[in-house]
Design a binder for this molecule. Structure first.
Ligand code: NAP
Length: 287
């Protein structure tokens, strides 16, 4: 690919950004589609976020992704917000539309697309979400919007966060969400159609950990672990062995990227190619 004066730039801002899959996924996709775009990543410290966003705008870049720790802090620096991102209170994708920066949350939609791709429609399903951090909030909101019956489990000391998500969903979507401490998992798991791990438990290098005791997994129809490094978490392996349907975090990662790609370029994303690229990168990390 030749970079020219017309090349459009997309970026990632976060801290750290060294292990991101996004440049590989997006640059391969741009190339495959013959699009004159380039994706680069920038490590931006929290104290430099306002200057970084103003700089990206001044440079007229086409759009950018936002990752930890800036997904919430970026909001007041944008010109407009998609309603879903506003409700969730976090932005992971920004589109520059003639100097107007508009924020979106493609994590939520990316999770939903991955779920539907695996043949699971959340409407009317009993779903247990483990964790109450940023990703859990996005996932809980979109699942409630699609009619799932939710139970959120979190560590005792942070139950406030789970209560906060439940209140948001009650206020905005008029749906009740049950909240328990993680220790109650054995009581709530029977009858669950889907368990979503939205904690960081099981993430490399602590890949020997799982948030669900293996003996409970035969009571669950499906498990979605949003942790994508390693590709096959302990939870996914144990869920598969217990006969549950399993969905890995790489699918959500690829879909959130694909949705950002479509917003920046207006073209359908080559999803299979992006997935292939993300898997290659993650397998390399595991070596
Ligand atoms: P976050 O805001 O920091 O939330 C982390 C959550 O994990 C919190 O609820 C935290 O509980 C919980 N947790 C951490 N250690 C725990 C432990 N030992 N036992 C029980 N709970 C524990 O992070 P996030 O942005 O939501 O991300 C969470 C995970 O999802 C990360 O692994 C991230 O890489 C992954 N993720 C994947 C995708 C994707 O596209 N696949 C997208 C976003 C995030 P406390 O509140 O009690 O600390």
């Amino acid at each position: 690919m030749t970079i020219s004066g017309k090349t459009k730039i997309c970026a990632l801002i976060g801290d750290p950004v060294e292990h991101t899959m996004s440049p590989a996924m997006h640059n391969t996709a741009f190339q495959k589609m013959g699009l004159d775009y380039l994706y680069v990543s920038f490590r931006v410290k929290p104290e430099h976020l306002p200057q970084a966003v103003a700089g990206l705008k001044a440079l007229n870049i086409a759009g950018f992704n936002v990752t930890i720790p800036h997904k919430v802090a970026v909001i007041p620096l944008l010109d407009s917000l998609d309603p879903l991102a506003e409700k969730i209170g976090a932005v992971n994708t920004v589109v520059n539309n003639n100097g107007i920066l508009r924020g979106y949350n493609t994590d939520a939609e990316g999770f939903l697309r991955a779920l539907m791709e695996h043949g699971i429609n959340p409407s009317g399903k009993n779903v247990i979400i483990l964790g109450a951090g940023g990703a859990a909030r996005a996932i809980a909101y979109i699942l409630a919007q699609k009619g799932a019956r939710l139970t959120i489990l979190n560590r005792q000391q942070e139950l406030d966060w789970a209560e906060n998500i439940a209140q948001l969903i009650l206020d905005e979507l008029h749906r009740e969400v049950k909240v328990f401490e993680l220790g109650h998992i054995a009581d709530v798991i029977p009858g669950a159609n889907l368990v979503v791990n939205a904690t960081s438990v099981g993430m490399s290098p602590a890949h020997n950990a799982s948030p669900v005791p293996a003996g409970l997994l035969d009571k669950v129809a499906a498990v979605f672990d949003i942790v994508y490094n390693p590709l096959q978490t302990r939870l996914l392996k144990e869920a598969a062995a217990a006969g549950a349907k399993t969905i890995g975090g790489v699918d959500m990662l690829v879909w959130q990227g694909a949705l950002a790609f479509e917003k920046w370029t207006g073209k359908p994303a080559p999803i299979d190619l992006m997935r292939q690229e993300a898997v290659i990168m993650l397998e390399r990390h595991e070596d």
